[in-house]
Structure formats: structure tokens, C-alpha cells
Design a protein around this ligand. Structure first.
Ligand code: ADP
Ligand code: MG
Length: 574
């Protein structure tokens, strides 16, 4: 809670303004009730109408003021809250974006909901609480001035409705809120997961069981929500009861006071009706206490994300980016995904001089993607060094590094728009000429030209309307268009069948000729074309050399090569 309050500091002025407008709005409500009560009683005595003029004007002013001030309070309160939320969202996304490998709509959807829930602290708990304290205090003061015992009655009733009822609500809410938050999270995860896996569920006939599980979660959530609503209802009931008792209490102390002459009869209506207006002030507080509990849970999850170790430490004062041509040098690089986990990379060295092409091969899990991730500055090295033209990349800003080192990953994302728009993402200013050139080098030009809508063909969600090979080629064309000085290709042929994969490898090797390239792959076909091949095994360099050199040795590369040939459906085995 303290941290949430600290977040609000930059918008503190606006929040105070909202409290002020809230006080004026509810104060007008109380004023309206008090003056009209006096006006009705006094008018019953048929005094000269002029003596009522001030009260009549005041009733009008309070009536209009209540609406106007309420509007101003909503406006400033929401404005302040949305500013705080915008700031919080930016921080959360900053933390999430560098996390490659952050999967699933589940976590994201939950975080979005959690950040949104935080707004209730400011709008539904802090603001009403502050306003209630000020207006409630002033009302008690007013009642006290008219008749001290009426002040005491009002104070007691306000304490019951404004402190005791919310406290009870909070205590009762704690359990159901915890369960509710958990269930809400589970349900989101379940629904997102089921929708994404719908084809598999249908194929395996697992949909009914999955739906039944969803129904079970929904029932449990409904029960919790009902319990939570009961709590809110009980709080509201207690608060209303206290309000009603305050009115009766006002009568009980007011009538004897009028009889004994301590209170002007005309003011009796004020003493009795004042509590009615004042209770509008505290009526929302039990609910506010319940929101407070919800906010506490959401905030703890949001801060858990914010407090995670940064995957990459950005330098406070980044060094200037050296100018082209670029030499990328990796020395004894070690890296791991968790602070005390095993090393996914353990002592890897390589040099990428301008125009040179290197391939990194190795079994699944040998650390190829980890290497690419470190080179893209999305994962901090745990040892050794990566340098660009002799400058340690740790002293450069990550965005600068990624301006030089660009990648086309194994799951390159296509946006649900046209082929042209997906390409222009890499370079919005690209001319028709340049786009055609990139398409030609990715061997897509004849296909795209033959499409009835050409570049304006839509690719569908995640590229669903094009084939896997076309999807990867579009991603490759996009990477080529971006024209990074150093190109990182991480298994661009990953999800393709062998024939298509080898074809694409051949095409991309010819497309990258003369460009500094690091090609990560598990297929060896076509690697005659690269200058050096590094064989990774469990994060270590098991062997290195050209295709011919490696084949000549009885090493891991040779076994991989023989395996690939033996099980290759395209080759006749010998
Ligand atoms: N995002 C990640 N979080 C935690 N561990 C990871 C992550 N990515 C990879 N690893 C681990 O690092 C090791 C190397 O994986 P990876 O670099 O993806 O291998 P490759 O790309 O060669 O298949 C594996 O043991 C894997 O479990
Ligand atoms: Mg990989």
C-alpha cells in the first residue's frame, strides 16, 4: 500500500483537488438537507417571505453545487487515477518486454486485470475515505453546535457506519477475496488456454472434459462472488441501520431539548434530518474496505513482477555506438536463465567479421537460442564478454545493440494484416523497389506477384492463411528489408518439412551472401556455404571448422551428418 501511495505522488495535487471537489459535493448535500429542513420548519410559521430569501437562495445554490462539484470530482479523480495507472502500466511493460520466452495470454491477461484493479485504491477507497472524514467531521461539528448531545449521537452512529462496518467487511472479505482472485486467475488461464488449444481439444475429443472443468471453475467463482456480495450487503445493512438509528437518536435527544428550551423548535428538523444527508457520505465505505482487500492482492502480484531481477542491466550512461563496419566478438561467454541455474552457455567464443557467415549447430537444448538471446542483449551474460568493434556491449544501450544486430527468430510473428504492411514494419520508408528486392531474395516475388491482391493480400492471424514456408519467407524478407549490419537467424526453418527447410536454407544462404550472418540451425544440409561452423553441445563448443574440415574428423559433426543422411526421406540411403 505504501508503494501504491508513492506511485500516486506525482499526481498528488490532482488527487487533493478531487478530494476538495468531493468535500464540496457532499458538503453541498449536507448543506442542502440542513437548509431545506430549516426552511420547511420556518415556512410553516408563515413569516414574511423576505426572511426566507437567504435560505431559498442557499437551497438552490447547494442543489446546483452538489451536481457540479460531483462532476468536477469525478473528472479530476479519474484523471489523476488514469495518470497513475498509465505510469504503472509503462513500468510493468518495460519489465515484461525484454523477457523473451514469456508465454501466454494468461499471465498477460492477469497482469492487465491486476493493474486495472489498482485504480480502485484511489477512486473507491482513498477518495471516499478522505471526503467522508472531512464532511463527517464537519457535520458532527454542526450538530454539536446546535445541540451537543445530537453531535455525540451522530458521531457514534458515524463511527459504527464508517469505521466498524468497513472493518467487519474487510475482515470478512479477506478470505473470499483471496479465493476470488485465485479463481479469477485460474478461469482466465483456463479459457485462454482452451481457446488457443481448441483444435487439439477437438481432435482428441477432450473438449467436453475441458468444458466441464470450465463450468466447475465458473460455479466455484460464482459461489465466491455470492459470498463476497453477502459481505458487501451485510456491511451496507449495518451502515443503513446506523443511519436510521441516528435519525431516531436525533429525535430522542432533540424533542426533550426543545421542550426544555435548549433548542429552537425550528432547528429540530435540522438536528433530525442532518444524519440522513451525512450517511450518504459513509454509505460507500464498507464496499471501499472490500476493494482495499482486492487492491492489496492485485498490487502484491504487480509488484512481484516489478521486483523481478532485470534480465538485462542497462547502463546509466550508455557509450556511443561505434560506426560500421562492425566486428562482433564473443569471448568465453557464459549465460544462464536463472541466477543459480545451470549454465546454458559455458565458455563460447566466436568472431564475426564483416561479410563473414557462421553457423551454430547442435542438438535441441544445446544453447543455440540462448546464444542468440545474449547477442540480442535480451539476456545478461554471466561471464565472458561480447563486444562490438571492441566496445563491451554491456556499456551500450540495448536498443543501440539491436540496431546493429537484428534477428529473425524461430517463431517470427506475422501480424494480422497484409503482406506489404508486415514487411514495412521493418522499414516504414521502404520503396516499392526495395520491397520487391527483399521479396526476390527471399524467393517470394513470383508467388506474391501471382496473388490476385499481391502485396495487399492479408496473411490472417499469426499468418494462418499462408503456409509455414511462406510465413518464414515473409519473416525472412522482412529481416532482409530491415538491413541489419549483423544478421542473426535462429532456426528459420524450424517448423518446416525437410524439403522446404533445405530449400529455404539454400535460399537464405544465397540471400545473405556477403552479409555478416550467424545462422542457428539443426539441419546441416547447405552448410558448405558458410565460413565457419560451431558445434554446440550442452552449452560448450564441441568442435568448430568448415563443413569439409568437420566432416573429415570423426567428431560430433560427422555423426550428426550421418544421422541426417540416414533418416533423410529425400535421399536414397546408401
Ligand atoms: N526462457 C528460458 N527460461 C529458462 N530456461 C531456458 C529458457 N530458454 C532456454 N532455456 C534453457 O536453456 C537451455 C538451452 O536452451 P536453448 O538455448 O533454447 O537451446 P536450443 O536453442 O539449442 O534448442 C535449455 O536447457 C533450456 O531449458
Ligand atoms: Mg532454439
Amino acid at each position: 500500500m505504501r508503494r501504491l501511495l508513492a506511485l500516486a505522488r506525482p499526481s498528488g495535487g490532482r488527487l487533493l483537488l478531487a478530494v476538495l471537489f468531493g468535500v464540496l459535493a457532499l458538503g453541498s448535500g449536507v448543506g442542502l438537507m440542513a437548509t431545506s429542513a430549516w426552511l420547511i420548519s420556518r415556512a410553516a410559521q408563515h413569516p414574511p417571505v423576505l426572511t426566507l430569501m437567504v435560505a431559498i437562495v442557499a437551497v438552490r445554490a447547494f442543489g446546483i453545487g452538489r451536481g457540479v462539484f460531483r462532476y468536477a470530482e469525478r473528472l479530476t479523480g479519474h484523471d489523476a487515477t488514469f495518470r497513475i495507472l498509465a505510469d504503472l502500466r509503462a513500468r510493468v511493460y518495460e519489465r515484461l518486454v525484454p523477457r523473451s520466452g514469456l508465454h501466454g495470454g494468461d499471465l498477460l491477461a492477469r497482469l492487465v486485470a491486476d493493474v486495472d484493479a489498482v485504480q480502485d485504491l484511489y477512486l473507491r477507497a482513498l477518495l471516499p475515505g478522505a471526503v467522508a472524514a472531512v464532511v463527517g467531521g464537519a457535520s458532527v461539528g454542526l450538530a454539536w453546535a446546535l445541540l451537543p448531545s445530537a453531535g455525540v449521537v451522530l458521531l457514534a452512529a458515524l463511527l459504527v457506519a464508517g469505521v466498524l462496518a468497513p472493518w467487519l467487511s474487510a475482515v470478512l472479505a479477506r478470505r473470499s477475496e483471496r479465493r476470488g482472485t485465485e479463481l479469477r486467475g485460474e478461469m482466465t488461464t483456463h479459457v485462454v488456454d482452451s481457446l488457443q488449444g481448441a483444435p487439439e481439444l477437438v481432435v482428441y475429443g477432450a473438449a467436453p472434459a475441458r468444458l466441464a472443468e470450465a463450468a466447475r471453475l465458473d460455479q466455484a467463482y460464482t459461489r465466491t462472488a455470492a459470498r463476497s456480495a453477502t459481505t458487501a450487503g451485510a456491511g451496507a445493512a449495518l451502515s443503513t441501520l446506523a443511519g436510521g438509528l441516528a435519525v431516531w437518536g436525533g429525535l430522542a435527544v432533540g424533542v426533550p431539548a426543545v421542550r426544555s428550551g435548549r433548542l429552537d423548535g425550528v432547528l429540530l428538523a435540522v438536528v433530525v434530518l442532518l444524519p440522513l444527508a451525512t450517511f450518504e457520505v459513509v454509505a460507500g465505505l464498507p464496499l471501499a474496505a472490500q476493494y482495499l482487500e482486492r487492491v492489496r492482492r492485485s498490487a502484491s502480484r504487480v509488484f512481484a513482477v516489478l521486483d523481478r531481477d532485470e534480465p538485462v542491466r542497462e547502463p546509466l550512461a550508455p557509450a556511443a555506438l561505434p560506426s560500421a563496419p562492425y566486428v562482433l566478438r564473443v569471448r568465453d561467454l557464459r549465460a544462464r536463465w536463472t541466477p543459480d541455474g545451470p549454465y546454458a552457455l559455458d565458455g563460447v567464443s566466436l568472431d564475426l567479421r564483416p561479410g563473414r557467415r557462421c553457423a551454430v549447430v547442435g542438438a535441441s537444448g544445446s544453447g543455440k537460442t540462448t546464444l542468440a538471446t545474449v547477442l540480442l542483449r535480451l539476456l545478461e551474460p554471466a561471464g565472458g564478454m561480447v563486444s562490438l568493434n571492441g566496445v563491451d556491449v554491456r556499456s551500450l544501450s540495448g536498443d543501440d545493440v539491436r540496431r546493429v544486430v537484428g534477428s529473425c527468430g524461430q517463431d517470427a510473428h506475422l501480424f494480422d494484416t497484409t503482406i506489404g504492411a508486415n514487411l514495412r514494419l521493418a522499414r516504414p520508408s521502404a520503396t516499392e523497389e526495395e520491397i520487391h528486392d527483399a521479396l526476390r531474395r527471399a524467393r517470394l516475388l513470383s508467388w506474391v506477384s501471382a496473388l490476385p491482391e499481391g502485396l495487399d493480400t492479408r496473411v490472417g492471424e499469426h499468418g494462418a492463411r499462408v503456409s509455414g514456408g511462406q510465413r518464414q519467407r515473409i519473416a525472412l524478407a522482412r529481416t532482409l528489408l530491415a538491413d541489419f549490419p549483423i544478421l542473426l537467424l535462429d532456426e528459420p526453418t524450424e517448423h518446416l518439412d525437410v524439403a522446404t527447410a533445405d530449400e529455404l536454407t539454400a535460399d537464405l544462404l544465397s540471400a545473405t551472401e556477403g552479409r555478416t550472418t550467424l545462422l542457428v540451425t539443426h539441419r546441416l544440409t547447405g552448410l558448405e556455404a558458410v565460413d565457419e561452423i560451431i558445434v554446440l553441445s550442452r552449452g560448450r563448443v564441441a568442435d568448430r571448422g568448415t563443413h569439409a574440415e568437420l566432416l573429415a574428423r570423426l567428431g560430433p559433426y560427422r555423426s550428426m551428418w550421418e544421422l541426417e543422411r540416414r533418416y533423410d526421406p529425400l535421399r536414397v540411403s546408401d
